[in-house]
Design a protein around this ligand. Structure first.
Ligand SMILES: [Zn+2]
Ligand SMILES: [Zn+2]
Length: 269
């Protein structure tokens, strides 16, 4: 009888031991995995707007929400006629150049809105509004006069030397109006317009000459040979810009362009 009791007790302990073993295995399984060290976030990859190559964002040059792989591609005109180092503010005021016509003249202008306001505060945003047909006619008496005009330019260089592009160089911007370049009329058809922020009563800034020389270099790389004129040269009875404060000699020196490309001469006018 005692033997049976002993066997029963042994069986019971063996059964409990098995249960304990099973439970401890389950606990081990449930134990949380040791947390792996937090993986480093992969660096965002961006694409060069010019050549479409992919590269890590830290290696790219960013401008106006676009990326470039190199200074060379930043400082160039893309296949659609847009300059990489410009801020692009699209104007609806353009149309197509005549069939087969490539620009061969650059027309230099000045503009400021309200006139002369840049002397007191940064005001180039009004020029952007004007070329985008967003100028608020109630913001200034002069704006009420001009707000309905539909005009544009390919480029604007602000007082600080910032370059803004409104129209592709492949298209015709509406900057020259009634005009004649050495007997060739309708200058918008074959020209690129560059506005310098200014009022005809103050010298232009050094940063503007530098940005202009840089832009001319890019344009010459694509549209050579180019000739250069002021708005007053091609519309002498209507226009006075860029005016006597535009230094044509300095312009020639900084761009390195030859005198034959400046058919109206180097004197201030
Ligand atoms: Zn590139
Ligand atoms: Zn002009």
């Amino acid at each position: 009888m005692f033997k049976w009791l002993l066997l029963f007790a042994l069986g019971y302990f063996f059964y409990r031991w098995l249960q304990l073993q099973k439970r401890s295995k389950e606990t081990l399984k449930k134990a949380p995995e040791p947390s792996p060290q937090k993986a480093l976030e992969p660096e965002p990859v961006v694409q060069c707007h010019h050549c479409k190559v992919h590269l890590p964002s830290s290696e790219a040059i960013a401008n106006d929400a676009r990326f470039y792989c190199s200074q060379e591609h930043l400082q160039s005109l893309d296949e659609q006629g847009w300059v990489g180092n410009a801020a692009w503010r699209l104007s609806p005021n353009y149309d197509a150049r005549p069939e087969g016509v490539r620009p061969d003249v650059v027309v230099i202008h000045h503009i400021s809105l309200p006139p002369g306001e840049f002397k007191y505060q940064e005001s180039s945003r009004y020029i952007v509004d004007f070329f985008q047909n967003h100028l608020d006619p109630g913001a200034h008496p002069y704006f009420a006069e001009i707000a309905g005009q539909q005009v544009s330019s390919h480029f604007l260089i602000t007082r600080s030397g910032r370059l803004i592009q409104f129209v592709s160089t492949q298209n015709k911007a509406w900057h020259a109006g009634l005009s004649s370049f050495l007997g060739r009329e309708k200058c918008n058809d074959f020209s690129i317009g560059i506005e310098l922020e200014g009022d005809g009563e103050s010298a232009f800034e050094e940063a503007q000459y530098q940005a202009l020389a840089n832009l001319v270099k890019i344009l010459e790389g694509n549209y050579s040979p180019l000739q250069f004129a002021g708005h007053s040269d091609i519309a002498p009875n209507r226009k006075t810009d860029p005016g006597i404060f535009f230094d044509w000699k300095k312009f020639q020196k900084e761009t390195g362009i030859s005198s034959e490309k400046l058919p109206y001469g180097l004197t201030s006018r």
